[in-house]
Design a protein around this ligand. Sequence first.
Ligand code: AMP
Ligand code: GLY
Length: 419
Amino acid sequence: MKVLVIGSGAREHALCRSLSLDPDVSALHCAPGNAGIAEVAELHAVDALDGAAVAALATEVEADLVVVGPEAPLVAGVADAVRAAGIPCFGPSKEAAQLEGSKAFAKEVMAAAGVPTARSYVCTTPDEVDEALDAFGAPYVVKDDGLAAGKGVVVTGHIEAARAHANACDRVVIEEYLDGPEVSLFAITDGTTVVPLQPAQDFKRALDNDEGPNTGGMGAYSPLPWADPKLVDEVLQTVLQPTVDELRRRGTPFSGLLYAGLAITARGVRVIEFNARFGDPETQVVLARLKTPLAGVLLAAANGTLADLEPLRWSDDAAVTVVVASHNYPGTPRTGDAIEGLDEVAAQDAPHAYVLHAGTKQDGPAVVSAGGRVLSVTATGADLTQARERAYTALSRIQLEGSQHRTDIAAKAAEAAGD
Ligand code: AMP
Ligand code: GLY
């Protein structure tokens, strides 16, 4: 099978790594990719947001499957363009991707499907904003309605900050604060059948102890030793399947990866958000534990044959990933700095720990930073403690001037599990 992956993050590197290890994959292409993906896939300089260009590339490389990684191309209709060219595509249509593209649309679908989520108001004027903030009280949760790369959400105890964020956006969703640990649960679906993956936890805040601003995600781990073993089944029944059924009922079936961001509150599971694609950095740890070869699973979703798929097989290992970000991320990051130590990780830490590239590019013989999240170090181990140790040991070999990372990824969960 010839596969083309669209995107350039650590998520796409994780997807490409798994696909490159799949014996059914005979050729692997990626556009636009990054310096790390270049080691496992042939790169093509195609604009990921240009559906016609992506479809033309897929035709040219005779792809049997196209996998669209990020949300922006999905919301722009790239999966539709690929399917219109007669090529199977893993990723939802433009219309179904609105589940991520518009928080107001996601709320409407959840209401129709009876999916538990925070109570909310959609506001477009300062008066509506004030009314909604008053109605819920602190802490305030204010979300830009559109795509914002994980940075459009402000959770704050300060009404002035809440109001300022709301009034800087055209349309916002203001909602009830959900208290409780967060879980990211991904499911692969063909629009009818829903196959959940293993749950993971993401660390959204920039700094240790969940301080600092929200980011795209600074680290993740899986499994979740503290979670109820029935959680996945419960979320399948109350969240994932009803949402997929509702979108099919509307004539806009969702096929691809449905990502449920959940809060486990005292009153039960609530959806914080949906995404229409694999999460980053959770994908790095989920795929590190998936034993079933990936290409056949994604192709079955694209072809509508998931019901015939064998149950997924999982490793009992734990996995931890730690993101290395540029100076000033999630603000405008500093780029163009040399990254050292990548060869040492490959020589000393593989196969249990490895680097997945995000914002990197090759600059002559050097690999340099080219984005906010630069790379993520992923490691597996018998338990979270060992996976953590391996991840941080590998990370300590990498030098990038001014870079930042969290030191507490999976620390509490490992401690609580008594690993
Ligand atoms: P989102 O982009 O909707 O996932 O929001 C980013 C992050 O903001 C989430 O991972 C949560 O940590 C936080 N957040 C979003 N909505 C809420 C909420 N209703 N209550 C508490 N925290 C929230
Ligand atoms: N890790 C959060 C996201 O992918 O949106």
